[in-house]
Structures are given as structure tokens and as C-alpha cells.
Design a protein around this ligand. Structure first.
Ligand code: TMP
Ligand code: ZN
Length: 405
């Protein structure tokens, strides 16, 4: 049990038990029962919460990767706003800027740079999403980002004025290779901007479903500053974001280029006060996970006993952790609706609950929907209301297990 970053000893926090790969949706023809233990730990040196054993990345990111950023209108709007801010800044500060996105998925973020006629490159190991991005005019390549890729990009395009990443840096087990790549590719005054689910939000809300194979790290301001300082890079700014149920946007530059923003220093102070640098907070979190599991199971069982019919809403990656940790199967949740065509007609990993379209007629017969995409609550409920489904009842489990009124 070594920290993935500093190799010192990791202190155990909680194990969620045997898990399948979160995005390994099953079909009749290809049942894949690969499992790994989803155990978590905390490194006191890096102040970093992490999963201990990580499956082989090629099992997670491949040509069948079923996640498409562009399916959420909230995320499309969010990335347009970030892109517009960066474009404005680049146009005044740099002639012929160059922007790289790590984990560029379907090009939702970079398409804004296509429209602004700014040189760009998307890097993503999943071929299917890269093809989709290319079809939208986004210059993209299907490789993993690291030192070697950075050297190649530097040779082909020159240094990057902005490197961006969203919900992807926490996927990378080899922080050393990654950070060296950033150090190589970033121009002298360039900015590496990335956003990820925030440890402070996960602890506040006991949103343990943020923990799954792809999320090796749940970062905080202190841990990000410590990690990148090992590689001659400096965290200079951090801002909280609403996305993914509570994220943080980090800005990193070469050491000594800019001074640390005061809002970032405030956040560092807050993390210290909230105990995010100490194991005890994480052990308290582990207890709350167990309580939440029992409470959710008891509500679902009570409703079932009353003869109520329950379905799930959105077969998110996060739902794999909650379904398998709680041992929920189709006896409790009949099916899960999801708008992703690639997920429809499949079964959820491990729990084998059928995934159907979010226009499935059987939705009308359901009494309660468990909202697995709790981070998209507003968008989803508004969508169902606009479809005439204002009578749907919703069960959420973040921050607390409750039936929404
Ligand atoms: P995320 O929480 O990782 O963004 O995953 C979102 C999942 O939720 C994805 O499988 C698509 C699904 N989803 C719907 O089915 N309907 C919706 O309205 C939204 C926003 C997401
Ligand atoms: Zn460490």
C-alpha cells in the first residue's frame, strides 16, 4: 500500500469491496466479470485521498468508452464559459496561441477554440470519442498523455499557452509521467488549468460514489500544490465549481511565474481547519459511508414491502460504486434509464440492472426514481417536468438519503 505519488505508506480508509469496472456495461454476448478491490487510503505526506489498487487503464479507456461530455447541456454550457474566458485572455496576451486539452473526449471544450480559430489539439486515449471530436472539426489524437506525448506535441506544434483538463487528471495513476509532460509542454508563462471533483465536497456530502476505478485521486488544494511542486510546477489559483457535485478548478504555472492568489490561500487555510490533512476526518467519512448504505437500503426495502415500483435515473459511473457496495440488484431497482444510446440495452456492471432509454414507456409505471446523477438534479427534473412527468417522485442520497418533495 504505497502512495501512487510519493511512494510512502498509505493509511487505509475504507474498502467498498469487490467492484467491476464502473463503465463496463454488460451485454448478453459479452459478460465480463473482471473485479478488483475498491479500497481507499490516505497519504499524510501528500494529504492525498486515493484508491489503493487500480485496474489496468486499458480496461477502462478504450474504443468502447461510453461517456460523452456533450450529452449534458449543463456541462456544454460550463465548458463554453471556461473556454470563452480563456479565449479572451489568450487573444490579448499571446499572438497565435496554442491550446492543448488532455482527455478531450468528444471535443465539447475544444470546439469553442475551433470557432475562435485558435490552434488546438485534443489528446484522449479512447478512439471512439476522438473520432467524434474529429467529425466536429476538433483536431484530436488518440493517445495517453505523458512525457513522450508531450515531447512529440512540442516538436509538432510548439509549446502550449494553455493546457486544459477536466475530470481527467484524477484518472492518471502515473502522476510523475503526467507532470513531467506538463512541465515539458507548457510555455514559459503558460497555464495548466484543470478541474476535478473536490475532496472537500466529497467529505461534506459523503458522496462516496465519486470513488470508482477511474478516480484514483480525489484532489484538494493542498494535495495538488504538494504533488506539482515535486516537478517544478506551482499551484497559483484555485476556485470552487458547482459541476460534478462539487469540483475545484486549479491553475498551475512554472514555479515562480506568478504569486499565489489570496482565494487559493484562503482555501488552503480552510482545508487545514477542516482537518482534510488528517486521517481522522477520513475515518469519520468511512463511518458515514456505512450509515448511508444502511439508510438507502432500508428506504428501498420499505418501499418495496409497500409494493412500490422503483427504477433508477442515469446509469452513471458513480452508480457502479453505490449499487455494488450496497448490493442493490434488480430485485430493488427494476431498471435504470439513461440518455446515452451506447448504454441503452446493456446491464449495469456487477449489479446487472437493465439500462433502458429515458423515453421508455415503462417509466410511467414507476413510483420512485433513485437519482444516480444527483449532480445533474436540476437539469434532469426540469427535463422530466417538461416531458409532462411532474408527478415523478425522486430519491436522492446526496447529501442525505431522502425522498425529494
Ligand atoms: P456524469 O454524472 O458522470 O456526468 O454522468 C452522467 C450520466 O447521466 C450519463 O450516463 C448520461 C446520464 N444522463 C441522463 O441519462 N439524462 C440526463 O439528463 C443527464 C444530464 C445525464
Ligand atoms: Zn503521497
Amino acid at each position: 500500500m504505497q502512495c501512487h505519488v510519493c511512494k510512502s505508506k498509505v493509511l487505509p480508509v475504507i474498502s467498498f469491496g469487490d467492484m467491476p469496472i464502473a463503465n463496463n456495461f454488460q451485454t448478453y454476448n459479452s459478460i465480463n466479470d473482471y473485479r478488483f478491490e475498491l479500497a481507499t487510503g490516505f497519504c499524510e505526506i501528500c494529504a492525498l485521498f486515493q484508491i489503493i489498487e487500480q485496474p489496468d487503464p486499458s480496461k477502462m479507456f478504450h474504443s468502447g468508452y461510453p461517456f460523452f461530455t456533450g450529452l449534458s447541456s449543463t456541462m456544454v454550457a460550463h465548458f463554453k464559459k471556461v473556454a470563452d474566458e480563456l479565449i479572451k485572455e489568450l487573444k490579448t496576451s499571446t499572438t497565435d496561441p496554442f491550446v492543448v486539452e488532455v482527455g478531450s473526449n468528444d471535443g465539447t471544450f475544444l470546439v469553442n477554440f475551433v470557432n475562435a480559430k485558435i490552434r488546438h489539439l485534443g489528446v484522449d486515449p479512447s478512439k471512439n470519442v476522438v473520432e467524434l471530436a474529429k467529425s466536429r472539426g476538433v483536431n484530436s489524437t488518440d493517445v495517453f498523455f505523458g512525457e513522450l506525448t508531450a515531447l512529440q506535441i512540442l516538436k509538432d506544434y510548439g509549446a502550449a499557452d494553455v493546457i486544459f483538463g477536466a475530470n481527467v487528471i484524477c484518472h492518471l495513476p502515473n502522476m510523475e509521467d503526467f507532470a513531467k509532460g506538463i512541465k515539458i509542454l507548457l510555455s514559459s508563462r503558460g497555464k495548466f488549468v484543470f478541474e476535478e471533483p473536490y475532496i472537500g465536497s466529497m467529505i461534506e456530502k459523503t458522496s462516496f460514489d465519486q470513488v470508482y476505478d477511474e478516480h484514483i485521486f480525489i484532489f484538494g488544494v493542498t494535495s495538488v500544490a504538494r504533488i506539482f511542486s515535486r516537478f517544478g510546477l506551482e499551484l497559483v489559483d484555485a476556485v470552487r465549481q458547482e459541476t460534478h457535485g462539487g469540483s475545484m478548478r486549479y491553475t498551475i504555472q512554472h514555479q515562480g511565474v506568478s504569486s499565489k492568489s489570496s482565494r487559493m490561500q484562503e482555501l488552503e487555510k480552510q482545508e487545514l481547519e477542516d482537518g482534510l490533512l488528517d486521517l481522522s476526518v477520513y475515518l469519520g467519512f468511512a463511518e458515514k459511508c456505512e450509515e448511508k448504505k444502511q439508510k438507502l437500503l432500508s428506504i428501498l426495502r420499505q418501499l418495496k414491502q409497500k409494493g412500490k415500483r422503483i427504477a433508477g435515473y442515469a446509469a452513471t459511473s458513480k452508480s457502479t460504486t453505490i449499487l455494488n457496495y450496497c448490493g442493490i440488484d434488480r430485485n430493488l431497482i427494476e431498471f435504470i434509464v439513461d440518455s446515452t444510446p451506447e448504454k441503452q440495452g446493456t446491464f449495469t456492471p456487477g449489479s446487472l440492472i437493465p439500462v433502458v432509454s429515458d423515453n421508455d414507456l415503462r417509466m410511467k409505471e414507476i413510483d420512485y426514481f433513485v437519482l444516480f446523477a444527483w449532480n445533474h438534479q436540476k437539469e434532469i427534473i426540469a427535463k422530466e417536468v417538461s416531458k409532462g412527468n411532474s408527478d415523478f417522485k425522486w430519491i436522492t442520497f446526496v447529501p442525505d438519503v431522502e425522498v425529494l418533495s
